[in-house]
Design a protein around this ligand. Structure first.
Ligand SMILES: C[C@H](O)[C@H](O)CC(=O)C(=O)O
Ligand SMILES: [Mg+2]
Length: 394
């Protein structure tokens, strides 16, 4: 097995990419979506106004001593690049390219004193995914084959979108709508949240599932009231209603929602112990780790096994091709998420556009992955990369 000669971390000079919140003005993903900052009126209209796009994309490249290069993209931008070049690279460079477990464990243990979740786990995830890509290329196999192979021929998708009604016409199995109002917007906001779901239900057929995304914006009493007001509209789940660390709140919310209405969370959780808490406290029916944020594939495999043992579904958050290679290999991941990145949510465009070439997209809501080695994507040479910490100190 070749050894890893270089690990490199880059930022990207382009909007979009893995930091999909970094979009031009007027994009639906920035248009009055409820957040934890919605308690402050001046930050309600735009999530970019409070800095949701402040990190930017991160590109990690791992080059083996035979010249093969694996890479991955996630969020984390310049601060994650600093962590990788100044700290994580020492556990990667010189190691056999197949030593994924040891490298992951060393990166995690060595950053415990300032890491554990958030940005550091973004960085670790980026390195881990680049190493999976490299290993696939060295073994000439797609990552889903390295993970044990597909359990079904194709995967089906639901869409996260401002227009679930349009997503239905595109063949998706369901649509998840981000809600616009949080508790600080009172009864009027609650009515508007319910009304938008009601009108969406009128526009889509009964077999098309609807869900709503709350992006950490609510509290237990509000989310419980919302759930009961939505009862009867066929809302399959209420997503991420509470801050990620409020395990107690999630457990209470799950118990309080109407029968058949599920809770989901996990896109801002990281590491198997975080997910163990969610599972043992019975916080959610569906776990949604983001493979670019939760610790990468090496950790997602463990999170998924834990969830399976608790009889829970894992439907990873976003993360494009990095999720798709995982979802196709797991029985308890029956479908995948697709984030509609067209500014008006009216067409399917690659989730991490314009950063990747050959990025697969669902057609008619379905996707069969090619058997290209690694994750099967290439960096778009038109996106300018910068390596801010090339001359790292160690
Ligand atoms: C659209 C959501 O507010 C958020 O930007 C993405 C997300 O939470 C999800 O895809 O789930
Ligand atoms: Mg979400």
């Amino acid at each position: 097995m070749p050894r890893i000669r270089h690990l490199r971390a880059f930022t990207v000079d382009a909007q979009g990419g893995a930091d999909y919140h970094d979009q031009p003005a007027g994009h639906w993903i920035d248009d009055h979506i409820a957040t934890p900052m919605s308690v402050y009126p001046e930050y309600r209209q735009s999530r970019q106004s409070f800095g949701i796009d402040v990190l930017g994309s991160l590109v990690v490249e791992a080059e083996a001593d035979d010249g093969t290069v694996g890479f991955a993209v996630t969020t984390g931008g310049e601060p994650a690049a600093w962590i990788i070049e100044n700290h994580l690279a020492r556990f990667v460079e010189g190691a056999p390219a197949g030593d994924l477990e040891r490298i992951w464990d060393q990166m995690f243990r060595a950053t415990l004193f300032y890491g554990r979740k958030g940005l550091v786990l973004n960085a670790i995830s980026g390195v881990d995914l680049a190493l999976w890509d490299l290993l696939g290329k060295l073994r000439e196999e797609p990552v889903y084959a390295l993970l044990g192979g597909p359990v079904r021929e194709e995967q089906v998708f639901y869409a996260t979108t401002a227009r679930p009604d349009l997503a239905e016409g595109m063949g998706f199995i369901g649509g998840k709508l981000p809600l616009r109002h949080g508790p600080a917007e009172g009864e009027e906001g609650l009515r508007a949240n319910v009304e938008v779901m009601r009108s969406m239900r009128e526009r889509v057929g009964d077999d098309f599932f609807l869900a709503c995304d709350c992006w950490m914006s609510m509290d237990v009493p509000y989310a419980t009231r919302l759930g009961h007001r939505l009862d009867g509209l066929g809302v399959r789940w209420i997503e991420e209603a509470l801050p990620p660390d409020d395990y107690w709140g999630y457990a209470e919310l799950r118990r309080s929602l109407p029968p058949g209405m599920l809770t989901s969370t996990g896109e801002h959780e990281a590491g198997r112990l975080g997910f163990r808490l969610l599972l043992e406290m019975d916080c959610a029916d569906i776990l949604q780790p983001d493979v670019g944020w939760c610790g990468g594939l090496t950790e997602l495999v463990k999170i998924s096994a834990l969830a399976d043992a608790h009889g829970k579904l894992v439907v990873p958050h976003g993360s494009s091709v990095y999720s798709y290679h995982f979802v196709i290999t797991r029985h308890n991941s029956p479908f995948a998420e697709f984030l509609m990145m067209a500014p008006r949510a009216d067409e399917v465009v690659p989730m991490f556009s314009p950063l990747l070439l050959d990025e697969p997209v669902p057609v008619g809501g379905r996707l069969t992955l090619p058997d290209t080695p690694g994750f099967g994507v290439r960096l778009n040479p038109e996106c300018e990369l910068k390596r801010p910490y090339a001359n790292r100190r160690r």
